[in-house]
Structures are given as C-alpha cells and as structure tokens.
Design a protein around this ligand. Structure first.
Ligand code: DAV
Length: 394
C-alpha cells in the first residue's frame, strides 16, 4: 500500500521491527468510562477514505432527503481528505500537548472491492471513527462485529496496534467479537427499497416498534452503541446493535462483574449512543432533547442520584455535505477529565452550557472531519484512562 495515500497511518509492525511485535514499556490498556483522566487514546485518520455503495444497514441511517443518497460510491476527494486530516492532526497534537499518548490506525487498502461468501460491496469505508469499532472494557480491548458491510474489515486498521498492546501490557486481553455474515438474510431487504420513500413519521413508527433493517440473524453491535459507566454498561438497541449483540455482551462481561443494560430512544435512525446520551462526569448525563429515553429508563439514573441535563441546540441547521451523521455531533464530545471537555469550535451554545456546568472547555475545529464518520468522540477510542471500576448504580 502506497505511503502517499496514507501519510497519517501508523507503520505496520513488519516494517518497524522485522516482523517482531513491538513492545512499548509502560504501556497500559484500561478504561472504565468516558470521563476519568485520559492518558492514551487512538485518533482516527481520513487517509484514502471511500464512500461505499449503500448497504442495507447504512441505507437505513441515511435520511431520504440527504445528499448522501445520490452520492456516487468511490474515493473521497483529496481536498476533503486533506481538510479532514488537518482537523484530526491538530486535535491529536493538542492532546499530545496535554501529555496524552496518541496512536493512529494503520493503512488498509479500502479501495479494494470486498467479497465474502455472503456479500460483496464496492469498497471499505475508512478508519476515521475508531470509536465505532473499538470497545475498551477494563483491560479488554474488544473489536466489534460491525453492521455495515463496508466496515466488515475495519478491525484490520487496528490489528497491529492491538498486537502491540497485547505484547506491552501483560494484563491486556485482545478480543474479536463473533464475525457476522451480513448476508441478505441478516437484513430486512425490503427496508432497503422502503427507505427511499418512507416519511419521518413512518420511520419513527418502525423504530418505536423496534423494527430495524438489521434482523436477529447475526450477532451485531457497533462499539459506539455501548456506553461504559464503571460496573454498568448501557447499550443502545438500534440499527447497528441487535438484541443478540446485547446478549453476547451480557454473557461476555456479566461473569466479570459488569451489568449490561439495554437502552432505547425515540429516534428514527438509532445508531451509536454518543450523540444521544453522554456521560459528563460521575452523577451527570447529557441527553439529546430530540431523542428522549423510552418510559421508565430514567429510573436507574434517578434512583442513584444522577442528574440528566438536555444538550444545547446545535449551531448548524444541516450537517456538512456527504456526512452520515446528524447536526447532533454538537454533543459528541471528548472528555479529558472530570473538569475538561473538548467541544467542536463552532458549537457556541454547547460550549456555554459546559462552561455553566463548571467545565474548562477546549474548542476544537472539527467540522471538516464530520463527513468522515463523526465528531470528537467518534474519532477517538480509549486505550487508557486513570481510575478504577466504580459502582455508580449500587
Ligand atoms: O446523530 O447522527 C452520530 C453518531 C456517530 N457515531 C447521529 C449519530
């Protein structure tokens, strides 16, 4: 793979040390939440990113009136890639300036057509939002199954890093969740066509019935549907995470003393919890005012003394061109510790709200990276945060 196409990628291990896995003394993998002091993080890259053909699950996410619908599959323009990388690289440098270790994904040839015995699709996606694929639960570094066909091989961008973490931290467990088939049988294929003409009311009605384009045939979850709060992990049931996926997380982590909860929101296209319901610090949650929780799901938070505040209105009426995500990336934040939060630099109302809540706010220009898969939380993945596994919901 040409280095020119991947100027920001981590070098493959084979090129670093003649195939011998790298060892970084002192490296630690451990994280239990999104707010304890961040010490080591992965920041995505926009290099060589592609817009894949729509697949059944990605189709459901893209609203019918979005320009993404008509967009041609293919490589994103070099100009847009460069602009996104400028955001990502500045964000990474700022974090490093604060003493946080930053790793970048490796190069993978997303241009190749993906063919498995079960499906074929024009290309991969990229590795700008590592949060979608990577879930650090304590000392376990877990790669998610993923629900979009184009993202089936995304774990490869983190393969060498995972190997290095495994060699460097004797307590780190590297794990790949069961690989799904993503065959036509895995999806409601009639939804693919239906989403071209369904109104928002109709998609909302389907969502409230919990009918998504993804069926229960595969074990499916994206890592970004899981919200970690110490001993408790709250998982959104939606189009990228099905009930079998939540059951798998339950069976995997409950024997280790975790509790897995399912959350549902009134949302037409429920995908990834991190622009919907975000922990800010112990005892404080930020909720998207347009995506209320299902009845009764506040209870566990209320009973345990957690306050839920509604997020400020986003600064923008529309997402940037060729963006999969909604304007609510305004609340897709990276928290560095209980008092410090990174917010997209144009989101003035959101920044003011955090200021009033007692945070030091770091404005980070990031809108040019949104189209590549999300905001400041999406574009990162935890490797190590200080702190221990707390019981916030005893
Ligand atoms: O609001 O479009 C974005 C989350 C991306 N990880 C939304 C969800």
């Amino acid at each position: 793979i040409s280095n020119d196409l991947y100027p920001n990628a981590a070098m493959p291990l084979s090129r670093k040390e003649n195939g011998v896995p790298l060892y970084r003394p002192g490296l630690k993998v451990e994280s239990y939440n999104d707010f304890d002091p961040l010490r080591h993080v992965i920041v995505g890259i926009a290099d060589n990113q592609h817009i894949p053909e729509a697949c059944p699950a990605s189709n459901e996410k893209i609203p019918a009136d979005s320009p993404m619908r008509g967009s041609k599959a293919g490589r994103r323009t070099q100009e847009s890639i460069d602009q996104a990388n400028e955001c990502l690289n500045n964000f990474a440098s700022m974090l490093e300036g604060r003493g946080i270790i930053v790793d970048r994904p490796a190069a993978v040839d997303w241009h190749e057509r993906i063919e498995t015995p079960d499906f074929t699709i024009s290309s991969g996606f990229g590795c700008m939002p590592p949060r979608d694929c990577l879930l650090t639960v304590g000392k376990t570094f877990l790669m998610a199954p993923m629900s979009f066909r184009s993202r089936y091989f995304e774990y490869l961008a983190f393969h060498d890093l995972a190997r290095e973490y495994f060699e460097s931290d004797p307590e780190c467990i590297i794990e790949q969740a069961p690989r799904p088939r993503l065959a036509d049988e895995s999806f409601r294929m009639d939804y693919v066509a239906a989403y071209e003409y369904l109104s928002d009311d109709e998609t909302m009605a389907r969502s409230l019935r919990k009918e998504y384009s993804t069926l229960e045939t595969d074990i499916l979850f994206d890592a970004a549907d899981a919200m970690r709060l110490g001993k408790d992990i709250f998982v959104q049931h939606g189009l990228t995470t099905n009930l079998a996926g939540i059951r798998w997380l339950k069976r995997k982590f409950e024997p280790q003393g975790y509790r897995i909860h399912t959350l549902s929101f009134r949302d037409n296209h429920p995908i990834h919890i991190d622009a919907t319901f975000c922990p800010l610090r112990p005892g404080l949650m930020l909720l998207n005012p347009h995506r209320p929780l299902f009845d009764g799901q506040h209870e566990i938070f209320k009973k345990n003394g957690w306050e839920i505040v509604e997020a400020a209105e986003p600064a923008h009426k529309n997402p940037p061109p060729l963006c999969y995500s909604s304007v609510w990336l305004s609340m897709n934040i990276l928290i560095l510790d209980h008092k410090t939060v990174c917010v997209e630099a144009t989101e003035t109302a959101q920044m003011e709200q955090f200021d009033k809540l007692g945070f030091e706010v770091i404005p980070v220009p990031f809108r040019d990276a949104y189209a590549f898969g999300g905001g400041l939380h999406c574009s990162t993945a935890d490797v190590y945060r200080e702190g221990t596994r707390e019981d916030y919901f005893p």
